[in-house]
Design a protein around this ligand. Structure first.
Ligand SMILES: [Zn+2]
Length: 475
C-alpha cells in the first residue's frame, strides 16, 4: 500500500491548481469579519484559512443549501469530508475573496498533510462505482424501509389515541421505537443529503425529524457542525472558561469541539479530560435512566433555546435562522407536532394528564433507543478521545500542550498499535499522521453488531461506523 505521499499546502486547499498570483493579491480578513458574514444572502466561510464568498454559489451548490451551515466559520472539515470526488480548483479560486489574517488563522486539531484520507476516499468511490451502487439512496430498499417506518409511526399514534389507556401506553412505547428508526433510517440520511439522488426527496426525508417533533435545524447544527467534524474532540480551554462562566464572543471561540461528549456533563462524564466528580463513578448504573430523557430534552428545551439564542454552545446558528422560511418552518412544525402528539391523545383520552403521560412515554422509549445506539459508537472501551488546546492535570498545571494525538482512557493511541501490527507484515507502509481526519474517525468510532442484517438496516448503518483497517492495509 502506498498512501504516504505528502501533499503540499496548495494541493490541500483545492486540488493542486491554485493561481499563486491570485492568492498573493487577496486582502487579509479578520475572524470577526468572517463571523459577521453569516447570513444566507451574505455568507463567507474559510477553507484552509482562505476565505470564500459562498452567498451566490449556495443556489447552485450540488449539495443544496447545506453549504450555508458553514457561513461565518472554518469550513475546512466540511469541505474536505463532503466532497469524495474533490472540488475543482477553478471553482474554489472563483469564490476566493481573501485570506485570514496570519495571527488569526485557525490552528486545526487535524493534519491534512498525508494522502491517507484522499486515498481512502478514492478507493471508496471506486468500490461504489465498481459495484454499480448509487452514492445516495442505495438500491431502493431505503425507500421501502422508510415508508414502513412512517406507516408504523402513524399507525401506533392512531392506536395510541383510540385504544384503552393501558393499551395506549404499549402503543406509545412502540411509537417511540418507530420514531427512533425514522431518526436513524430516514432523517439522518435525508439531512446528510444521502437519502436520494433527488434534492427535494432529501429535504422531505430531513423533514421527517420535524414530523416526529424535533427540529431538523438543531440536529444539523449539533450533528453536522459539531459531532461529525470533531468526533470525541474536547476543547479543554473552552471547557475551563465555561467553568469560570466566561463567555467569549463567538468569533473568538474555538469551534473544534464535539457537543456529544460535553453536552450531558456534569451529569454524565463522556471524555477523560473532563474533571471527574464522585457520583460519576456510578454513571454506568444511572446513565440508562437519563438516556430516556434525551429526545424530550431536545424537543422541549434545546430546540427553543437555539431558535431564540441562534447559537448552540460554541456553534453559530445565525445563518440557518437568518431565513424567515426556516423560522416559519420551525414554528409551524412545532405547533403541528404538539397538536397531534399531545393534543390528540389529550382529546381522545379526555385527560391532560393521560395525554401528556403518553407523549412522555413515547419520548422515553425513543430516547432510550437512540442514546443506546449512539453511546456504543463513540463512548466505549477501546475508542480514543481527542483533546484540543491544553490538557491539564488536577492541579491545573499544563502537562501536555497541544499534542494532537487521540488517546483511549488508558492513554493508548489505537493507530500506533495498528501501525506496529501492520509493520510486522510489511515494511513498506509509510507514516500517516495520528491526527489525520480519517485516522481520527477510525480511532474515535467503533462498529457494533458488525455483520448483523437487522441492525445494519434498523440503525440506518450506524452499526458500521468504520471499515476494518486491515481491509485497507491489505489491498
Ligand atoms: Zn451523521
Amino acid at each position: 500500500m502506498c498512501i504516504g505521499k505528502q501533499l503540499n499546502k496548495s494541493e490541500e486547499i483545492d486540488g493542486g491548481n491554485v493561481d499563486a498570483s491570485v492568492v498573493s493579491k487577496l486582502p487579509e480578513i479578520t475572524r470577526e469579519e468572517l463571523k459577521s458574514h453569516n447570513h444566507p444572502s451574505n455568507a463567507w466561510c474559510a477553507v484552509h484559512n482562505q476565505v470564500l464568498d459562498i452567498s451566490k454559489f449556495a443556489r447552485r451548490h450540488p449539495g443544496g443549501d447545506l453549504i450555508l451551515l458553514a457561513a461565518g466559520s472554518d469550513a475546512t472539515v466540511l469541505f474536505e469530508t463532503y466532497h469524495p470526488r474533490g472540488v475543482p480548483a477553478s471553482l474554489v479560486n472563483k469564490l476566493k475573496i481573501g485570506e485570514l489574517r496570519k495571527s488569526e488563522q485557525f490552528e486545526s486539531y487535524y493534519s491534512w498533510n498525508s494522502a491517507f484520507y484522499p486515498t481512502l476516499k478514492k478507493r471508496v468511490v471506486e468500490k461504489v462505482e465498481s459495484n454499480k451502487l448509487s452514492r445516495r439512496g442505495g438500491d431502493g430498499s431505503i425507500m421501502v424501509k422508510g415508508l414502513f417506518f412512517m406507516f408504523a409511526f402513524w399507525y401506533c399514534l392512531y392506536q395510541m389515541c383510540v385504544s384503552s389507556f393501558n393499551d395506549s401506553l404499549k402503543w406509545s412505547v412502540a411509537m417511540g421505537f418507530f420514531a427512533s428508526f425514522i431518526g436513524t433510517c430516514i432523517q439522518h440520511d435525508g439531512n446528510h443529503g444521502a437519502f436520494s439522488n433527488y434534492r427535494w426527496l432529501n429535504k422531505a426525508a430531513g423533514w421527517t425529524l420535524d414530523m416526529i417533533g424535533a427540529s431538523g435545524f438543531t440536529w444539523e447544527i449539533q450533528h453536522m457542525l459539531g459531532h461529525h467534524p470533531y468526533t470525541n474532540v474536547l476543547d479543554c480551554e473552552e471547557r475551563e472558561l465555561q467553568e469560570k462562566s466566561i463567555d467569549r464572543p463567538l468569533f473568538e471561540k474555538d469551534q473544534e469541539c464535539d457537543p456529544d461528549v460535553f453536552s450531558s456533563f456534569p451529569l454524565l462524564r463522556m471524555h477523560p479530560a473532563q474533571e471527574p466528580s464522585w457520583y460519576q463513578q456510578y454513571q454506568h448504573m444511572y446513565a440508562p435512566f437519563l438516556f430516556a430523557l434525551m429526545t424530550v430534552a431536545k424537543v422541549l428545551q434545546q430546540d427553543f433555546e437555539l431558535v431564540f439564542s441562534k447559537r448552540l454552545y460554541h456553534i453559530d446558528a445565525t445563518c440557518r435562522y437568518g431565513s424567515k422560511w426556516n423560522v416559519a418552518r420551525f414554528w409551524f412544525m412545532k405547533v403541528l407536532t404538539m397538536a397531534y402528539m399531545i393534543g390528540l391523545p389529550v382529546y381522545f383520552h379526555s385527560s391532560l394528564l393521560k395525554g401528556c403521560a403518553l407523549f412522555l412515554v413515547g419520548h422515553f422509549s425513543c430516547g432510550e433507543m437512540l442514546a443506546t445506539m449512539f453511546i456504543v459508537n463513540h463512548v466505549i472501551e477501546g475508542v480514543a478521545f481527542g483533546t484540543k488546546n491544553h490538557a491539564r492535570d488536577r492541579k491545573k498545571e499544563v502537562v501536555e500542550k497541544i499534542v494532537y494525538r487521540p488517546k483511549t482512557v488508558e492513554g493508548m493511541t489505537p493507530m500506533i498499535e495498528t501501525r506496529s501490527a501492520a509493520l510486522d507484515k510489511s515494511k513498506s507502509i509509510e507514516e500517516v499522521p495520528l491526527n489525520d481526519w480519517a485516522a481520527v474517525q477510525c480511532q474515535t468510532s467503533v462498529n457494533w453488531s458488525s455483520g448483523s442484517w437487522f441492525w445494519n438496516h434498523f440503525s440506518g448503518g450506524l452499526s458500521h461506523q468504520i471499515g476494518k483497517y486491515s481491509s485497507i492495509v491489505n489491498r
